[in-house]
Ligand binder design. Structure first.
Ligand code: PEP
Ligand code: CO
Length: 431
């Protein structure tokens, strides 16, 4: 947690946040929990994705709508290929806090507090900019509300209408190496929709919109707690800043504040599971967060890295299965695959991301467990942050359009390619 130098300002900001309206409702949260319960049983597939970190500056019309378009396109590929409904969860409208392994950063002999995400301080390397400022929480809440508002309006206004998937086309989709496959699928869906409506003799209104949920890492407890409320006609407490918060790998200690906080809320929650977690620790986290084995309550997001997943995951799958615990297994194929290039960029290789997802499907199949979803860092922008993919981006390409202030994201084409390979892989293992 950051240290705020001005305790009074922090307390006043928390009071202000407590009085502001929530961003989501308990009804939506419980509806998502039901969908996650179905994903646990293999009746749905979860697609969770978005930026590593949102920034205040990128709370813009284009960035929000492009990110939504990619998520919609990926979900269309998944629904079509898997023949399953997809649960769509964005990493947005609150993904403003970042965990850091060091408290300070030194450049040219100058040491300053680290950047912890726009909700805490500014990335500029300047003493004033790096001081944690509680007012940033109010700005994050407002930016999250604007993001939610725009996403909800787009969807209610027909942006996700299956009668018009061409609305979701991004400008440069026609140049993509996957354009032909994607266009063929869209045309096929258009035909199927027209066929069904002709048979039914009416327009199917349910195809006009989709559900969209939000998630973020619930890292900054000052913010999360001030959005945690009781509501009329439902028991318990809800975090009303997001539908589906998760605990990051660095704050998942059993006796830590984040697990303690999550114990007290009724939202569906998830926990990142890294390569150092033992079966015993994992079972104790499950006991703490889902003592009654409630369906849809707990997601486990494994993020081992392509090189370690085969070694580390099977024991965890076996232990959870042996104890008969009910969890939703999700594969984060990003965070275990981060590396630095010789020219100083933080990147991820598409081949490793792909390999981790493919291995995850195989390992779950071998263990008799079920991979119910994926967790990805991606953007609708044509950035060059991850290496490889259909266009085979190289280290030199990274210089062209590397925008992330934190982790490298899949660009639009690479994200779509991941959706296609999930379909192929799941088909190949016979699910
Ligand atoms: C993240 O999801 O951006 C993140 C920091 O992940 P992890 O906690 O798994 O490292
Ligand atoms: Co990240």
């Amino acid at each position: 947690m950051p240290t705020y130098p001005d305790a009074e300002a922090l307390a006043a900001t928390r009071d202000e946040l407590r009085a502001l309206p929530p961003l989501v409702t308990s009804r939506e949260i419980l509806a998502l929990k039901q969908q996650l319960a179905e994903a646990q049983e293999g009746k749905r597939f979860l697609l969770q994705g978005g930026d590593c970190a949102e920034t205040f500056a990128e709370c813009t019309s284009d960035v929000i709508s492009n990110r939504l378009k990619v998520l919609l396109q990926m979900s269309l590929v998944l629904v079509h290929g898997l023949k399953l409904p997809v649960v769509r969860v964005g990493r947005f409208a609150g993904q403003y806090a970042k965990p850091r392994s060091a408290d300070t950063e030194t450049r040219d002999g100058v040491t300053l507090p680290t950047y912890r995400g726009d909700i805490v301080n500014s990335p500029d390397f300047d003493a004033q900019a790096r001081v944690p400022d509680p007012r940033r929480m109010v700005k994050a809440h407002a930016r999250s509300a604007m993001t939610m508002n725009f996403v909800r309006s787009l969807i209610d206004g027909g942006f996700a209408d299956l009668h018009h998937p061409e609305y979701w086309g991004l400008g440069w989709v026609s140049q993509s190496p996957h354009a032909a496959d994607y266009q063929k699928m869209v045309a096929g869906i258009g035909d199927a929709v027209r066929f069904m409506e002709t048979l039914a003799g009416r327009r199917m209104q349910s195809l006009n919109r989709v559900d969209f949920y939000t998630s973020h890492e619930a890292l900054l407890l000052h913010y999360e707690e001030s959005q945690t409320r009781q509501v009329p006609r439902a028991d318990g407490w809800f975090n009303l800043s997001t539908h589906f918060p998760w605990i990051g790998m660095r704050t998942a200690a059993l006796d830590g504040a984040h697990v303690e906080y999550f114990r007290g809320i009724r939202n569906p929650v998830a926990v990142k599971v890294g390569p150092s977690v033992t079966s015993d620790q994992l079972l104790r986290v499950i006991d703490a967060l889902n003592p009654d084995d409630e369906p849809g309550r707990l997601g486990l997001i494994h993020r081992m890295g392509a090189g370690q997943i085969a070694d580390k995951l099977p024991a965890l799958l076996d232990a959870v299965k042996r104890e008969g615990r009910r969890v939703l297994w999700i594969c984060d194929a990003m965070h275990g695959n981060t590396e630095s290039t010789s020219n100083g960029y933080k990147t991820r290789r598409f081949a490793n991301i792909r390999s981790e997802i493919e291995q995850a499907f195989d390992l779950h199949a071998a263990a008799g467990t079920h991979l119910g979803g994926v967790h990805l860092e991606m953007t609708g922008e044509n950035v060059t942050e991850c290496l490889g993919g259909a266009r085979d981006l190289t280290e030199v390409d990274l210089q062209r359009d590397y925008r992330s202030t934190v982790d490298p994201r899949l660009n639009y084409e690479q994200a779509l390619e991941i959706a296609m390979l999930i379909v192929r892989k799941r088909g190949a293992i016979g699910e």
